[in-house]
Ligand binder design. Sequence first.
Ligand SMILES: Nc1nc2c(ncn2[C@@H]2O[C@H](COP(=O)(O)OP(=O)(O)OP(=O)(O)O)[C@@H](O)[C@H]2O)c(=O)[nH]1
Ligand SMILES: [Mg+2]
Length: 211
Amino acid sequence: MQLKNPILGLCQQATFMLSAAKVDQCPDDEGFEVAFAGRSNAGKSSALNTLTHASLARTSKTPGRTQLLNFFQLDDERRLVDLPGYGYAKVPIPLKLHWQRHLEAYLGSRESLKGLILMMDIRHPMTDFDLLMLDWAIASQMPMHILLTKADKLTYGAAKNTLLKVQSDIRKGWGDAVTIQLFSAPKRMGLEEAYVVLAGWMELEDKAPAE
Ligand SMILES: Nc1nc2c(ncn2[C@@H]2O[C@H](COP(=O)(O)OP(=O)(O)OP(=O)(O)O)[C@@H](O)[C@H]2O)c(=O)[nH]1
Ligand SMILES: [Mg+2]
């Protein structure tokens, strides 16, 4: 399938906008925003970079790298946000509380937030924090799509089995509004599926070519 969706072009022209340490430093709360959330080291920044064909977000072998909300602009009214990872044990407690407060303030107040992409390392899915995020998304009626990242670390069969298992657990616990897919940044696996979700949330219809 050839994706003609304009989301592709927009992602390719994504630019870094700003980093916010608190909610009042975020860009104006208008238009369409999609945030990338997940446990520290789950692959949020890598997924964002892969989807935007750029090295916009800083990735790291040291978990807890992304300490601010980083905004990337797609066009005048659309943005992607790289959120700080949660659950990294070695981050000092005051800093942890600081992030948690600001993350909660952001999630709880952001009108332009149209959906959350939740990254889970396929080898460690459904951490306690992931379950909290799922609870929060359902309670706030926030659309959520899960990327099982680092799928390249397993054989295709094992990755597929994990996908089916996690999908079934999510359906049982949270219903079928939450969608899920496999993803790998180095193999560029799962890009089209993710673009379709982003395009839907950002109200970018798949336009047929002009006759
Ligand atoms: N093999 C493989 N490695 C990945 C993949 N995605 C991320 N990684 C690696 O996992 C590590 C963490 O990736 P990041 O993208 O920085 O993770 P993050 O969730 O943004 O981490 P924080 O910002 O610290 O919360 C890096 O060493 C990445 O290269 C993937 O799909 N496959
Ligand atoms: Mg990061």
